[in-house]
Design a protein around this ligand. Structure first.
Ligand code: G3I
Length: 355
């Protein structure tokens, strides 16, 4: 079937406009996909995107692409601690429920993000003055309230996010300070108690560029697994660059697969403005190189055992929605859709990588 969707001739429709679309965005080569292609239908594993509730509510093009092209949805921010539990004694699931309803209406899987992180914490947590028992209760109450709320609707969770520094040391987060590094094991246990059917992931970035961090993560995950802690998967965020080496990408994906756990490429984006230039121009050559990197990532991922392929999720939908420009204070074009939701060369090469 798949081959009928791919065109390699000049008859291929031009879905990527060659006109300049926004600052720094130059003409690029059109991708070679048929106009009626639906991304997730071309993939042998779930294909997802993280989404913003406010963009879904206000941008119809965004809504339509998120609905049509993906069969897995992650809330980019709507399930984080600061969003759902901004005040100590109340929870607010408005945006998260909206995203879950959107996904349910479109038969999309929902992956939960994230139950425990050192960022996105409200002031009442960072200022919390309780003893270790009170901190434990805070942690457990948060995890179990959130997981229980979404029980039967959210199939999997990033339980703990970003425990490690890039050198492989445990980050000195407020959670580690208050509860010690093994609090992570209890996070998994609490989540499992609240929803025994949910698949539970440890999620982090940097597996591809830091061998030390990768080793620390794998050690920790294997330690949890060997102790019988309910952990089912590893999330490789893959906020990566067009010039990351293929060897590093393979090492990251294959090391995660060697644990025997499910592997989720959970926050994929491929930056091109690696020098953070303010007047950066996204050339067709860079678009092709970015596409080649997307293809290699998908191809490498597709080679791990099928049962471990939880899926690939891009971190938001179009270039204009990405967190990268604000983070690096410079333009970038890291996603498979451009700022107007036209398909970039990366879109076609994701499909190519899955063949
Ligand atoms: O919604 C408010 C808006 O009302 C306010 O005017 C504005 C002023 O700063 O802030 C808006 O909130 C921002 C939010 O994104 C939505 O845009 C927050 O300040 C900002 O901190 C938040 O950034 C998010 C970041 O996590 C921190 O939670 C990014 O969107 C999100 O992409 C990023 O995602 C993380 C993953 O969760 C974990 N892995 C790394 C990844 C990238 O940092």
């Amino acid at each position: 079937m798949k081959k009928y969707f791919l065109y390699f001739s000049i008859l291929g429709f031009t879905f990527y406009s060659c006109s300049k679309k926004s600052t720094g965005e130059a003409a690029v080569t059109p991708p070679v996909v048929a106009p009626d292609t639906i991304l997730y239908k071309m993939m042998p594993f779930p294909m997802g995107a993280s989404v913003s509730a406010s963009l879904l509510k206000t941008n119809t093009k965004y809504y339509d692409v998120a609905k049509k092209e993906f069969n897995s949805i992650t809330a980019e921010n709507a399930m984080k601690f600061a969003t759902v539990h901004a005040s100590q004694n109340s929870f607010n699931f408005t945006d998260a429920d909206y995203i879950v309803s959107f996904a349910q209406a479109n038969n999309q899987r929902v992956h939960g993000h994230t139950l425990n992180w050192y960022q996105s914490l409200p002031a009442w947590v960072t200022n919390f003055a309780g003893d270790s028992l009170a901190w434990e209760d805070l942690l457990k109450t948060h995890i179990q309230t959130v997981v229980s709320h979404f029980k039967g609707k959210v199939v999997s969770w990033d339980v703990v996010n970003e425990l490690f520094e890039d050198d492989g040391k445990v980050r000195n987060s407020i959670w580690v300070q208050k509860l010690g590094p093994d609090y992570i094991a209890r996070c998994f246990t609490y989540a499992h108690q609240a929803d025994p059917d949910a698949l539970l992931f440890y999620n982090d970035y940097g597996h591809e560029y830091s061998a030390a961090k990768r080793a620390a993560i794998i050690d920790m995950v294997m330690n949890l697994k060997n102790r019988g802690i309910p952990i089912h998967g590893i999330g490789l965020q893959f906020h990566t660059t067009y010039n990351e080496t293929d060897a590093n990408i393979s090492a990251a994906i294959n090391a995660a697969a060697a644990t025997g756990l499910k592997v989720h490429i959970s926050e994929l984006d491929v930056r091109v403005n690696v020098n953070k230039l303010p007047a950066f121009v996204f050339t067709s050559s860079l678009a092709e190189q970015q596409a080649a990197k997307y293809k290699f990532i998908v191809k490498t991922y597709k080679a791990i055992p099928t049962a471990q392929q939880f899926g690939i999720t891009t971190w938001n939908v179009g270039d204009a929605d990405s967190w990268i420009p604000a983070w690096q204070n410079a333009p970038d074009f890291p996603l498979p859709f451009d700022g107007s939701y036209a398909r970039k060369p990366a879109y076609a090469s994701i499909i190519e990588g899955a063949k």
